[in-house]
Ligand binder design. Structure first.
Ligand code: FAD
Length: 556
């Protein structure tokens, strides 16, 4: 930017504040004005559920930077409670209303950056405007929920939506001693996960006395004569609640952009190029309001996460300053923790690949300990890795566990960003001491198991094809393990006896082999394949079977 020009930034939280601060570091001369309609800028939206839950007790801790700090440290003018109403692109002007005084005014720009975020969805259901039904997006939203809980000594809550924010809110309400029911339209919690991986989440929540109403949608809200609400569902459920949290997703805030005639993309977000520039060369846009291509499929996505919003803010600032910075694309790297478990993921899922018609991928399941088994306290991490069947390029990973989950997903996320393959995971040199990992870290094991598949050392069986399949199902666990629970119709020959009992195995049928978590089945696969049997590994063993068939019966 040339000296003495003017940059206006609309939205002063994740993307907008990052952009403003970066722009100042790159350009001392430009005049920067940050406008936000809310009372705060640069606040920690991600911390809001924990403020409701009283884990964060001091509201001031949510305010990462104040207007004063922006002025003193960065010479940036911040105008809170100033709403931008429209953009006049021809005149390079915005129309603003000061929400405190009611005054309307115009402001000229040389460059304009839009980071207006996304709005929580409030479906037009009967009773939706009744008091006690909340969404959570801002500090005032969280303050209102806290005040409501305190004033009514709330005991029962319904959380509508079982995604990231819904589950964080469920945990925080439970933390305050409130009984929680989660109503989720999908048949699973955490819709970004594949269903069998979500099963590990269901198991944990069932043990934590949270009531789950899956595969059902809210039909209406009704006020109760004695106070509070009843949440009615489409399947006839009626759940009493002192408060309701709506956490069913967000919609990009595109009104300003659309009314100004900026191009809107296929997914309904503001269209930007890789420099975060909109269809107007003087306007950039970042964060939840924009759509950007997936690094896996190249297809534009809307993934509302703080990391991309912050990085895009920086990239916009660099682009405004004449640097050739580019956004690499969205990978969807995310983590969420609740009720003692951690769910993390990056890249694509099996259901997304199938929806896109992609077939040349493979899936492996693992359940390694988060550190070596001999050191006390090892907890399993349930992992699903997706990769290209031919060249081993990593396509995505999902992991659920109690410890060390996000570290493994982060490593794989970085490998993916560098275009890595399962062979890179196999060879990755990672930290190890007994209390932190293993000499073969779960990331290495992911790589080894997947690389065995790509190299053709082992073939995988498809868990979804188990029910009604004609394969011979062989379980190579010890007999006491087998007796505690096994795949329907499986025959047990412990691995240690396999070489002596080969005559019990069919030559004319495929043999699908299972064990506890997949390791012994792999050994058995190698042994039998070299003896001429046609074998496949049921990846992840009995632990994966229980996730695929939670009713305990694959014939169901
Ligand atoms: P925002 O940070 O939402 O900022 C948009 C700002 O623009 C708002 O302050 C709004 O008031 C202002 N604005 C909008 N329109 C106008 C206008 N016309 N005039 C003036 N101002 C306007 N992400 C994670 O990665 N990890 C998490 O753990 C996580 N937890 C979350 C928990 C909650 C409760 C919420 C709500 C979000 C969470 N997110 C999380 C998502 C993350 O906060 C967002 O992806 C990120 O803040 C998006 O940044 P943004 O700049 O696009 O929008």
């Amino acid at each position: 930017m040339t000296a003495n020009r003017r940059a206006l930034i609309v939205g002063g939280v994740a993307g907008g504040a990052s952009c403003a601060a970066r722009l100042r570091r790159l350009d001392e001369e430009v005049e920067i004005v940050l406008l936000d309609r809310g009372p705060y800028v640069s606040f920690a939206n991600c911390g809001l559920p924990y403020y409701v839950g009283n884990v964060i007790q001091d509201e001031a801790k949510l305010l990462v930077a104040t207007p004063e700090l922006f002025r003193k440290r960065f010479n940036i003018e911040v105008r809170t409670q100033n709403e931008v109403l429209s953009i006049n692109r021809g005149a390079h002007e915005i129309d603003v209303r000061d929400l405190v005084s009611g005054r309307r005014y115009r402001e000229k720009y040389d460059v304009l950056v839009l980071s207006p975020g996304a709005a929580a969805i409030r479906p037009p259901l009967p009773g939706i405007d009744l008091p006690g039904i909340f969404t959570l997006r801002t500090v005032p939203d969280s303050r209102k929920i806290r005040e409501w809980i305190n004033a009514r000594s709330a005991r029962r809550a319904v959380v509508v939506g079982g995604g990231f924010i819904g589950l964080e809110m469920a945990e925080n309400l439970a933390h305050r001693g409130i009984e929680v029911t989660i109503v989720e339209m999908a048949n699973q919690l955490m819709p970004p996960l594949d269903p069998e991986m979500a099963e590990f989440v269901h198991q944990r929540l069932k043990n934590r006395a949270v009531r789950l109403q899956l595969g059902d949608a809210v039909a209406a809200f009704e006020a109760r004569a004695e106070g509070g609400l009843t949440v009615h569902t489409q399947k006839g459920g009626a759940f009493p609640a002192d408060l309701v949290i709506l956490a069913i997703g967000v919609r990009p805030e595109i009104a300003l952009a659309r009314e100004a005639g900026l191009e809107i993309g296929l997914r309904g977000g503001i269209h930007v190029d890789e420099h975060m520039r909109t269809s107007d060369p003087n306007i950039w846009a970042v964060g939840d309001a924009v759509e950007t291509p997936s690094v896996i499929t190249g297809v534009p996505e809307l993934i509302p996460l703080a990391g991309p919003a912050n990085r895009q803010g920086r990239i916009a600032a660099e682009s405004i300053s004449g640097r050739d910075s580019r956004f690499r694309g969205l990978q969807g790297t995310a983590v969420c923790g609740f009720f003692g478990i951690v769910v993390a993921m990056t890249g694509t899922t099996e259901k997304t690949l199938k929806r896109a018609g992609v077939t040349d991928f493979q899936v492996v399941y693992l359940h390694p300990g988060h550190h070596v088994g001999y050191y006390p306290g090892a907890r399993p991490i349930h992992i699903k890795l997706l990769f290209n069947a031919k060249d081993g390029r990593i396509l995505g990973v999902q992991a659920v566990g109690e410890e060390g989950v996000e570290r493994r997903v982060d490593v794989i996320a970085m490998a993916m960003q560098m275009g890595g393959t399962v062979f890179d995971l196999e060879e990755a040199e990672l930290c190890y001491a007994p209390q932190y990992g293993a000499a073969k870290d779960p990331v290495n094991i992911c790589g080894m198991v997947a690389a065995n598949v790509v190299r053709g050392d082992v073939k995988l069986a498809d868990w979804s094809g188990l029910s009604g399949c004609s394969a011979f199902i062989l379980d190579v666990r010890d007999s006491d393990e087998f007796e505690r629970g096994a795949i329907d119709g499986a025959i047990n020959i412990p691995l240690g006896q396999l070489r002596e009992r080969l005559e019990e195995l069919p030559q004319d049928r495929e043999i699908w082999i299972s064990c506890g978590v997949g390791q012994r089945a792999y050994y058995a696969c190698r042994l039998l394949a070299q003896r001429g049997f046609r074998v496949r590994n049921l990846s992840g063993g009995y632990e994966s079977y229980r996730a695929w068939y939670p009713q305990g019966n694959c014939a169901m």
